[in-house]
Write a protein that binds this ligand. Structure first.
Ligand SMILES: *Cc1c(COP(=O)(O)O)cnc(C)c1O
Length: 362
């Protein structure tokens, strides 16, 4: 028997969620597979989605090359563009599509031999204030891009700071900035929405959607609002109960004795801890699915173990299956309890062994 903690990745659900994204958006859809496809395995996910997507989006040339090496010929957008002028040759060689968010990147394009052109996404800062041209520098940036003669076609893009807020109208200000800036340029295709905007703000869709989180089965607005579309969780983080003991009322559990038993308590050990990606900040009471029931976390999360209260689950014993998150406990629920977001937990569930279940071929 080996350590039972592992991550199951259900690629049929990834494909299902992609089709939902496509239906909701209606236009072209890039699957965002940066950060190892949010911890799900970038090559396996990209290959499962390959027959359906209009392209992929990643955070770096290195991530893009992993997809090219796997034989994927699709459009690949570099969401942060190039990090140095020396990357521009690889961009052209591997037919990548950089986001252009600064003037030095436009200058770097001039290193390409004349006659070589690449597609580019021009990024407008509509209020996130992270990357992109401010509205007043967008037109000069566009003109410099055109003048350089190294771009074949340009897509105008932006990224919203608050798309995961479900309240109607939260994107009105940024959208107004986008439309205004757009009017100064000739007509071109646009890309506006991530998962939050795709799910909650149809007025902010544009021509190219860029969903990430929702493809993996998570609504960024959860928990707290009802799921807006029937997404299926792609990742199941599972283990088994590995030890059980009973302690008297007044005894405590784990490092720092954080949990103190108020009754005679059956303590179950699950061999999964923060080294596996289960956050150390998770508080007592966070739900853990054990067998058919739900057991609350008790005691501090250790590096390789957690402890749960099995007092009300008398059938639970050594070997009983455990789900840390997935179908029965939403990753968003654990994230909210731990004071973070589902994005972070998915990306961090990395040490556990990954078992990939292929999508059916039909
Ligand atoms: C990560 C990212 C996305 C995808 O966001 P989700 O919230 O996961 O859908 C889209 N656009 C940009 C620019 C990003 O960095």
């Amino acid at each position: 028997m080996t350590r039972p903690t592992c991550i199951h990745i259900h690629l049929d659900r990834l494909v299902h969620n992609f089709h939902l994204a496509r239906q909701l958006h209606g236009g072209r859809v890039l699957a965002v597979v940066k950060a190892n496809a949010y911890g799900h395995g970038d090559v396996a996910c990209a290959q499962a989605l390959a027959p359906f997507v209009d392209g992929f989006a990643v955070a770096s040339v290195q991530e893009a090359l992993r997809l090219r090496e796997a034989g994927l010929p699709h459009r690949i957008v570099l969401l942060e563009g190039i990090f140095g002028a020396d990357e521009i040759k690889a961009v052209a060689l591997h037919r990548l599509t950089p986001v252009i968010h600064d003037f030095w990147q436009i200058d770097a394009l001039q290193q390409l031999p004349s006659g070589t052109t690449i597609p580019a996404w021009l990024k407008l800062d509509t209020g996130m204030h992270r990357l992109g041209f401010m509205p007043e520098t967008l037109l000069p940036a566009f003109e410099a891009l055109k003048r350089g003669g190294r771009v074949s076609d340009i897509t105008l893009m932006t990224h919203f700071a608050n798309a995961d807020v479900a309240t109607a109208g939260v994107l009105a200000g940024p959208l107004r900035r986008f439309r205004q800036a757009q009017q100064a340029l000739p007509p071109m295709e646009t890309s506006l929405c991530n998962s939050g905007a795709l799910l909650g703000h149809p007025e902010a869709h544009g021509d190219w959607a860029r969903p990430g989180l929702m493809l993996y089965g998570v609504d960024p607005a959860e928990p707290g609002i009802r799921a807006r579309t029937p997404l299926q969780p792609v990742m199941r983080f599972v283990s088994e109960i590995s030890a059980v003991r009973t302690i008297a009322a007044g005894e405590s559990v784990g490092y720092g004795s954080r949990f103190k038993a108020r009754r005679t308590t059956r303590v179950g050990v699950v061999p999964c801890g923060y080294a596996d990606g289960y956050p150390r900040s998770t508080p007592d009471g966070t739900p853990v699915a054990v067998g058919e029931g739900i057991a609350p976390l008790i005691g501090c999360v250790s590096m390789d173990m957690i402890t749960v209260d099995l007092t009300d689950l008398p059938a639970a014993q050594v070997g009983t299956p455990v789900e840390l998150w997935g179908e029965r406990v939403a990753v968003s629920t654990v994230a909210a309890a731990a004071g973070t977001v589902a994005y972070e937990l998915l990306c961090q569930a990395r040490r556990a062994q990954i078992v990939t279940h292929p999508a059916s071929r039909s």
